[in-house]
Design a binder for this molecule. Structure first.
Ligand code: LRH
Length: 491
């Protein structure tokens, strides 16, 4: 018998979804109520998220959910770091910026002038990414909107505010801002003070499982949901939700949450704030129940997604199974790139940038689509290998197997190449890790599942997983790894 459905609102870089999850003793079933595109819009002053279209998509999805029998609770997750600013009346000041907007270029120097990079890392434990919230804020310091801003809401918290009226900052996502103390799990008054940021800008923290209000009357009226429907705080950073749903049942696992980004690393009990860790640009983001997500961002399937966008514009085929079949036939190790090279971050012609990168590093230039895709997948597998080896070393831990979750786990070739490159067995799935993590935290708040280990056992029992064994040939991977210059130190 099924309990009632939990609704996961899960916004990704390319689409948003409302997914319904039914949680039973030995069942965990998902259905997609609604999917809608996420299309960023370029305005004269930069690249913005169309947050109104996203909110409307959420409302339509919740209306679908109401039609299919109602929901027990709602949880919201999105990508990290981005935010909306509210004025003193609670009105949104402009459409939120997209983290791939280039206005943050050079902003880090302004922050570092007040808090040096080593000190910043010692407090936040956060990897340097040019778009961390703290740098985004620095890049717009002194603008009228920033001056009149009274509240900063991270994307999921903004959407929850519009659903319920409540104000809060969920802690797994707060840990990606550069304003959060990794050691204490609170906003860093030190950093706020040194940057002359108003501490009142940041709302009180809330933890996954905490209630986040009930639906505003007009939201209930539009969706047809009961106005008493609770919104539950989940791990609102999508990567944190995905890590909840890693189906690990044995110790010494590593995970790769593979979607637009590949987030590869370990679950730890305490942050690693060493200078070596900073130099390798590892992050200590928060997971649920006080865990630390010790990982590194790898550019991920973005490289492929952005190639497909370019090919589509040019009238070339973009069908994924065909591209992957061509990649499987393409010559191995013809060329490899560092997926984290800064030139791959912004939207634009990705095949051209990959070809330039290969030419510049004195390698064969991938001409066919299959060759480009092969180059991307082998380069990602190499980055997975490099990152997991470093994580194990820096954290002083062993890794015996790898869980690859998220949309990228559908990619058979990438899973096999990751097993080959790391020399470790790879367990692939679930593909819907983020939505599952979102739903399970709600189910736990409702008393339907136990602790993190119990949630993971339920995933392992109920979700379809695939197993990949390394095929040997470590010498060719060693040789390919040696061809990539180590990622530049960021600070
Ligand atoms: C993945 C993700 C990642 C962040 C990036 C901005 O969706 O949340 O963890 O670093 O987006």
């Amino acid at each position: 018998a099924f309990a009632s459905a939990f609704a996961a609102v899960d916004l990704g870089a390319t689409s948003g979804r409302v997914i319904l999850g039914r949680v039973g003793q030995d069942n965990l079933d998902l259905t997609e109520a609604h999917r809608f595109p996420n299309t960023p819009v370029r305005l004269p002053d930069g690249l913005r998220w169309d947050v109104l279209a996203l909110f409307q998509g959420i409302l339509d999805g919740l209306r679908e959910a109401a039609r299919s029998g109602g929901v027990a609770s709602i949880g919201v997750d999105t990508w990290a770091v981005d935010y909306g600013l509210l004025d003193a009346d609670g009105a949104l000041l402009g459409q939120p910026f997209h983290y791939r907007d280039d206005r943050t270029e050079g902003a880090a120097e302004h922050v570092w002038a007040a808090v040096g990079p080593a000190e910043l890392y010692g407090i936040t434990g956060l990897q340097h990414l040019p778009f961390n919230t703290v740098f985004q804020l620095a890049s717009t310091a002194g603008t009228v909107q920033t001056d009149v801003a009274r509240t900063l809401l991270l994307m999921p918290d903004l959407l929850i505010h519009w659903l319920t009226g409540s104000i809060g900052a969920e802690e797994t996502n707060a840990s990606t801002t550069g304003l959060f103390d990794a050691r204490t799990g609170t906003w860093s008054q030190e950093i706020l003070g040194r940057l002359s940021l108003d501490p009142g800008l940041l709302p009180p923290l809330r933890a996954p499982g905490d209630p986040a209000g009930t639906l505003l009357p007009h939201v209930a009226a539009y969706t047809g949901l009961d106005a008493r429907t609770p919104v539950t705080t989940v791990a609102s950073h999508d990567t944190a939700s995905a890590v909840v749903a890693v189906p690990a049942t044995k110790p010494d696992f590593a995970y790769i949450s593979c979607g637009t980004w590949s987030l590869a690393g370990l679950e730890l009990g305490a942050p690693v704030l060493s200078e070596e860790s900073r130099a390798a640009n590892f992050t200590n983001e928060r997971g649920i129940d006080g865990t630390i997500r010790y990982l590194r961002n790898i550019m991920g399937m973005w490289l492929l997604e952005e190639c497909r966008r370019t090919w589509d514009r040019d009238g070339l085929p973009t069908h994924i199974p065909t591209l992957l079949a061509e990649a499987a036939q393409a010559r191995p190790f013809a060329s490899v790139v560092d997926p984290d090279a800064p030139e791959f971050l912004a939207p634009g012609d990705m095949p051209a940038r990959i070809r330039d990168h290969c030419a510049r590093t004195g390698q064969g230039v991938p001409e066919s689509q299959g060759a480009v895709v092969r180059c991307i997948l082998e380069s990602l597998a190499l980055a997975h290998r490099r990152t997991l080896r470093q994580a194990a070393e820096l954290a002083g831990r062993d890794i015996t197997h790898v869980h690859l979750v998220g949309g990228g786990s559908r990619n058979d070739l990438l899973c096999q190449l990751t097993a080959d490159a790391t020399g470790l067995p790879v367990v692939a799935g679930p593909t819907e890790a983020t939505a599952l993590g979102n739903i399970l935290v709600q189910a736990r708040a409702a008393g339907l599942v136990g602790d993190l280990a119990a949630m993971r056992r339920l995933i392992a029992r109920t979700q379809h997983l695939r197993h990949y064994t390394p095929r040997g040939g470590s010498a060719v991977w060693d040789a390919a790894a040696a061809r990539i210059a180590p990622a530049p130190r960021n600070s």
